[in-house]
Design a binder for this molecule. Structure first.
Ligand code: CMC
Length: 430
């Protein structure tokens, strides 16, 4: 289905016809390419508030209805019935795997978990207090210097090997960053363990005593990874696409995504939420804190609230809140007061005119940090956990873009407001 619009230059009377294209779901998008040709003007949309940057078949969000679909499947169903590895397959290949396909994929991911030993030595060069996101971003970029056998982006099998490698190795790199923080020996991946159990083992095992993996911890981690696996054209995914559109080495493109994810407006929010809850301290201080949030001069935001797309509720937040209760019951006595504070803060904010009128609701990261914390994962690692999950989505989007024969370099235009041309003035006359 397509709708036609007419654009008229009121000064000259010149018109052009613009066509709005419909997808399978969601609003139509207006193809504005003729505007430049017919009228010589660009469109202006800072922050991509109204611009679809690409066509995609991977993830669909209806922000008003609180719907999130991966390849058409509601995230609630995947959270309840699937596993992160199966969801990664779904995102990358486009459909749910058969039993044999899932086994083959799981096997390949498991057997790609080790990283080149030289790569591990990079961690020795980082300061003891390096932020893990800085380490992960740097080490992922440096994978481009190691895996030369599969970087022909025009070769489908190369793209597939890259996809498996990065999904498999991200947890190993994350665990190495974590062990560096603790100054503990690195723990190698174990091929007899499932994806999330292996992560827990690499994070928490030590050579001097046995470590037993708690099934609820593995289940909670799997759930969080499913919920964070993809979110259509968010800032980090768009960054991966933009970097990848130049034909850059795919590891470099993923590293760009890791860096974009780090910011507190995006993946860094889960870390910022716990900092915020701790700084509020107790229920008695909520009102004073919210007064600061509402005072624009203060530049304080209610972290874990609001979303560019969700203007009703974030379906991921609902699922996570339920898991919070289970995890805290099992492990989290220390985090229980923070959870209670978060629940109260949510309740108060949801009745407050400031948040109601701006359609600000808790997002996935209002609660994810509480679960990570209860699992024993430190705050500075929260965004790294998000990166492990989002790698599946980044890879799916990179593959989709690169396998499109019409791929073009991403190159936005600008509204220039700097000085007009002026002549260079020698230093002695300035
Ligand atoms: N606390 C207080 N005010 C807020 C918040 C917040 N968390 N979020 C938005 N607003 C206000 C904002 O000040 C503005 O008010 P006004 O119209 O009076 O100027 C209005 O709501 C619209 O905000 P915006 O910044 O134009 O909205 P956006 O779509 O550009 O930003 C956001 C979306 C997620 C960056 C923002 O809501 C935010 O900073 N939230 C806190 C950080 C956070 O939790 N991020 C995680 C997002 S979910 C995980 C992920 O996908 O990365």
């Amino acid at each position: 289905m397509s709708t036609k619009y007419e654009l008229k230059d009121l000064a000259t009377g010149k018109t052009s016809t613009l066509e709005a294209r419909g997808g399978t779901l969601g609003p139509q998008v207006l193809d504005i390419a003729p505007i430049v040709k017919d009228h010589g003007v660009f469109t202006f949309d800072p922050g991509f508030m109204a611009t679809a940057s690409t066509e995609s078949r991977i993830t669909y969000i209806d922000g008003d209805a609180g719907v999130l679909l991966y390849r058409g499947y509601p995230v609630e169903q995947l959270a309840e019935k699937s596993s992160f590895v199966e969801v990664a397959y779904l995102l990358i290949y486009g459909s749910l795997p058969s039993k044999a396909q899932l086994e083959a994929f799981r096997n390949s991911i498991t057997r790609h978990t080790m990283v080149n030993e030289h790569l591990l030595r990079f961690f020795q060069g980082f300061r003891y207090d390096a932020h893990p996101m800085a380490m992960v971003s740097a080490v992922v970029a440096s994978m481009a210097a190691f895996y030369h056998d599969s970087t022909d982006i025009n070769e489908p099998r190369h793209r597939e090997i890259f996809a498996h490698r990065i999904v498999a190795k991200l947890p190993t790199i994350a665990a190495a960053a974590y062990k560096h923080l603790l100054a503990q020996p690195f723990v190698y991946p174990r091929n007899d363990l499932r994806y999330c159990s292996n992560i827990l083992n690499m994070f928490f095992a030590v050579p001097c005593e046995p470590y037993s993996i708690d099934p609820i911890a593995a289940e909670a981690l799997d759930l969080l990874l499913i919920l964070h696996a993809d979110h259509e054209q968010n800032a980090s995914t768009s960054t991966v696409r933009l970097a990848g559109s130049t034909g850059a080495n795919p590891y470099a493109a993923i590293s760009a995504g890791v860096s974009a994810l780090w910011g507190p407006a995006h993946g860094g929010a889960n870390e910022a939420v716990l900092d915020m809850l701790e700084s509020i301290g107790s229920v008695a201080n909520i009102d004073a804190f919210l007064a600061r949030v509402k005072d624009k001069r203060d530049h304080v935001r209610l972290m874990g609230f609001g979303h560019r797309v969700y203007k009703n509720f974030d379906p991921r937040a609902k699922i996570i809140r339920a898991m919070c209760y289970r995890v805290l019951e099992k492990f989290g006595h220390a985090e229980t007061p923070l959870f209670e504070l978060a629940l109260r803060l949510e309740e108060i904010a949801l009745k407050d005119e400031y948040f109601v009128s701006r359609k600000l609701y808790p997002n996935v990261d209002f609660y994810s940090g509480i679960i990570y914390s209860a699992l024993g994962i430190p705050r500075s690692m929260f965004t790294v956990m998000f990166a492990i999950a989002r790698t599946a989505g980044w890879v799916a989007h990179w593959q989709e873009m690169v396998s499109d024969p019409h791929m073009r370099i991403g190159r936005p235009r600008q509204l220039y407001t700097g000085p007009t041309q002026r002549d260079y003035v020698p230093l002695d006359r300035r």
